[in-house]
Design a binder for this molecule. Structure first.
Ligand code: NAI
Ligand code: A1CAB
Length: 198
């Protein structure tokens, strides 16, 4: 697709910079595609995420050496219009950025799905379970954003001694549960981003 796009746009690209949001595809491969299409242009790569659609995105941004500070600044501002921007110095880091924040909303949505289903299995009406699951994730996200405490400290503050949270976390924090599966999932997504480089 990028090759076809290059062919169509090539002659008009000179003087421009290319900001790609494609997972995996490297600046070098994109520069080469543009070069084949007759344009020598600097390439920058961003990894945004879907919360950008509600102005709450977070994007990793990498500028190849060929990009000018002005081009980098324009791309930063473009992404900043829909959320926060984290510059990365090494292009390779975009793979783990993709795994954490690019794909990350899906992990949170999965948690929302599972909380909602569990609530229903315990007899809550679907709309009640849905409101509770979504409201909880929204509120916890707000706390993470607004408060200076670490995620660990916020978790501990919810966990009353010998209470309900401790009972749930004893399952989720078993060594072969989230502490093992979350890093494994991030490894798999990072590896896939590397593979998508081609
Ligand atoms: N979905 C996400 O949260 C994010 C996706 N990306 C990147 O955005 C890109 C698109 O991802 P998605 O939107 O998830 O995929 P998608 O498969 O949902 O959307 C791709 C769209 O491109 C269209 N398309 C495919 N080939 C085409 C062609 N030759 N000419 C014109 N249109 C064509 C398809 O019909 C489809 O509407 C990928 O490179 C992905 O890595 C980046 C950050 C986040
Ligand atoms: O799933 C994907 O490959 C893309 C990249 C990040 C989010 N969606």
């Amino acid at each position: 697709m990028i090759d076809a796009l290059g062919k169509a746009l090539g002659p008009r690209l000179n003087g421009a910079a290319l900001l790609s949001v494609m997972a995996g595809r490297t600046c070098e491969a994109l520069s080469e595609a543009a070069r084949l299409a007759g344009a020598e242009i600097p390439v920058l790569r961003a990894m945004p995420n879907t919360p950008s659609s509600v102005g709450a995105g977070i994007s990793g941004l990498y500028a190849s050496a060929a990009a000018t500070p002005e081009q980098t600044s324009i791309c930063h501002d473009l992404l900043f219009a829909v959320g926060d921007v984290v510059p990365v110095e090494n292009e390779n880091d975009l793979s783990v950025v993709t795994a954490i924040s690019g794909s990350g909303p899906a992990y949170v949505f999965l948690l929302a799905e599972l909380l909602e289903k569990a609530g229903q299995q315990h007899g809550l009406a679907p709309n009640v379970a849905r409101r509770l699951a979504r409201g909880t994730i929204y509120g916890a996200g707000r706390m993470l954003d607004d408060l200076p405490e670490s995620a660990e400290d916020l978790r501990k503050a919810v966990t009353s001694p010998n209470g309900t949270t401790a009972a749930a976390l004893a399952i989720l924090m078993k060594p072969d549960a989230w502490p093992e599966t979350v890093p494994k999932a991030i490894d798999a997504a990072t590896k896939r981003a590397d593979e998508l480089a081609g």
